[in-house]
Every structure is written in structure tokens, then in C-alpha cells.
Design a protein around this ligand. Structure first.
Ligand code: NAP
Length: 224
């Protein structure tokens, strides 16, 4: 059988780039999607529904199948360039909440809509939604409302598509990479990019019969 085909969004830097590198090292054929597009791939700005549709159509035409989708692309507008002073629910503009939701949540939602049908063809799929502990309702508190709401909603996307694909060997999970030293996480973060990617790659390569509809950090289930 030819190597498994994986799409990674936001793969031009940070956790996405390292996820793509590690999956390629494991023998996967990786489509490293990015806003600029590269290596013959169409651009994929997950804020733009027309680009998402065009990208999914392109994957279907070029390959007619897909095994892995890593919804990694994301923004953290509440904390710009290493300034982690939290925006509060009283001062964050509604536009910031909407734009963050559009990219972090709806982008992943539309890619699941467009690409999971290609997984169904061969009865195999692994979907990893790169979420965050900041989206856990069990830990929810004040600060960074746009980002928190987008990641809680992304966890709902995970549950919904896990339900839709139940019993089909398509495993859909959320993961939290921890606080990682990327452009988003900043230099004070606790984890290296390799540490952050570990659970993403684990969830992308789960064996048949593995968990679905779960939320994981360090390969272990965590509360929603
Ligand atoms: N770092 C952490 O501590 C941490 C913790 C928890 C969760 N996460 C999550 O991990 C994921 C990756 O974050 P990171 O730390 O690697 O951040 P990063 O270094 O800032 O990288 C973000 C990536 O997302 C892409 N992106 C942003 N907006 C996009 C859009 N509209 N369309 C397509 N791509 C877009 C960026 O592309 P451009 O270069 O074009 O902007 C970049 O490739 C995010 O979902 C983030 O929420 C990170």
C-alpha cells in the first residue's frame, strides 16, 4: 500500500511544521498546508471558506483519499507578540472573538466537513484538533475570552465529528500540546516544540481501536 496521506494546517512554522516533519520521518506523505501555499499545494487560509473548499477539492482530485488531518492552524489574538496580559471579557472587541472563532474553530470544522468523506472511502482516518487547556470548561476562568471560547468550541467540533464517524475507524480527538516555545507560546514557555508535538503525532498515528472523541495531553485523557 502507498504511504498514508496527511494534511497538516499551519505547517509553515511552529507546531505544525514540526508535526509535518515528524510524520514525514515516519513515512507519511505530508501535505504541508499554509496560507502562502508551497510545493504545488494551493494556499490554505482557514479564515477563507472558498480556499478551504478549493483545497479539499484539490486533495480529492489529486489523491482521492486521505488518512490523517491535523487541524493545527490557529491564532491567539488576545495575546499579541508575547504580551500575555489577558484581555478581559469586558474589553475584548466582539470582532476579535468572531475572527478567532472563524480561524480556530470554523476552519477546522469546514476541513472536517470537506476531508473526512475522503477518509470514509478507505475506512481509515485520524483527525487531530490542536486545542488548548485554555478551552477546558473544567479549568475555565477569566481572561483571554476569544481564544478560550474558540478552543472550547473546537472541542465540541471534536465530539460532534467523533459521533458522526463512530464505528468507522475514523478517530477524532482534541489534544493540548502544553505551553510551547513557538511564536505563539513565546520564549518563556515550558516546553520545546518537540515535546509539544509528541501528543499530536501520537493522536495522528493511533492504532485501530484507539480512542476517539477524547481530549488528551501527554498522551493521557484530560477533562473537557
Ligand atoms: N504554543 C503554545 O503554547 C500552544 C498551546 C496550546 C495550543 N496551541 C495551539 O497550537 C497550534 C499551533 O500553534 P503554534 O504555537 O505553533 O503557533 P505559531 O507558531 O504562531 O503558528 C501558528 C500557525 O498557524 C498558522 N495560521 C494562523 N492563521 C492562519 C490562517 N488563517 N490560515 C492558515 N494558517 C494560519 C500560521 O501561519 P502564518 O505563518 O501564515 O501566520 C502558523 O503556521 C494553534 O492551534 C495553537 O492554538 C499552542
Amino acid at each position: 500500500m502507498s504511504s498514508k496521506l496527511a494534511v497538516v494546517t499551519g505547517a509553515n512554522r511552529g507546531l505544525g511544521q514540526e508535526t509535518a516533519r515528524q510524520l514525514a520521518a515516519l513515512g507519511y506523505q505530508v501535505l504541508s498546508a499554509s496560507r502562502k501555499g508551497s510545493d504545488g499545494l494551493p494556499p490554505l487560509d482557514v479564515e477563507k471558506p472558498d480556499q478551504i473548499k478549493a483545497f479539499c477539492t484539490w486533495v480529492e482530485k489529486e489523491f482521492g483519499r486521505l488518512e490523517v488531518l491535523v487541524n493545527n492552524a490557529g491564532i491567539f489574538l488576545d495575546a499579541t507578540a508575547g504580551n500575555f496580559s489577558p484581555s478581559t471579557a469586558f474589553d475584548v472587541p466582539a470582532e476579535t472573538v468572531l475572527r478567532t472563532f472563524t480561524i480556530n474553530t470554523l476552519g477546522a470544522f469546514q476541513l472536517c466537513q470537506g476531508l473526512i468523506p475522503l477518509m470514509r472511502k478507505n475506512g481509515y482516518g485520524r483527525v487531530v484538533n490542536v486545542s488548548s487547556g485554555m478551552g477546558q470548561l473544567s479549568e475555565m476562568r477569566q481572561g483571554w475570552p476569544a481564544y478560550r471560547i474558540s478552543k472550547t468550541s473546537l472541542n465540541a467540533v471534536t465530539r460532534i465529528f467523533a459521533g458522526e464517524t463512530s464505528g468507522s475507524n475514523i478517530l477524532v480527538n482534541s489534544i493540548c500540546p502544553g505551553w510551547v516555545r513557538t511564536d505563539m507560546g513565546g520564549t518563556d514557555a515550558e516546553r520545546s516544540i518537540e515535546q509539544g508535538v509528541d501528543t499530536i503525532v501520537w493522536a495522528a498515528t493511533l492504532p485501530d481501536g484507539g480512542p476517539t472523541g477524547g481530549n488528551f495531553r501527554d498522551r493521557k485523557a484530560i477533562p473537557w
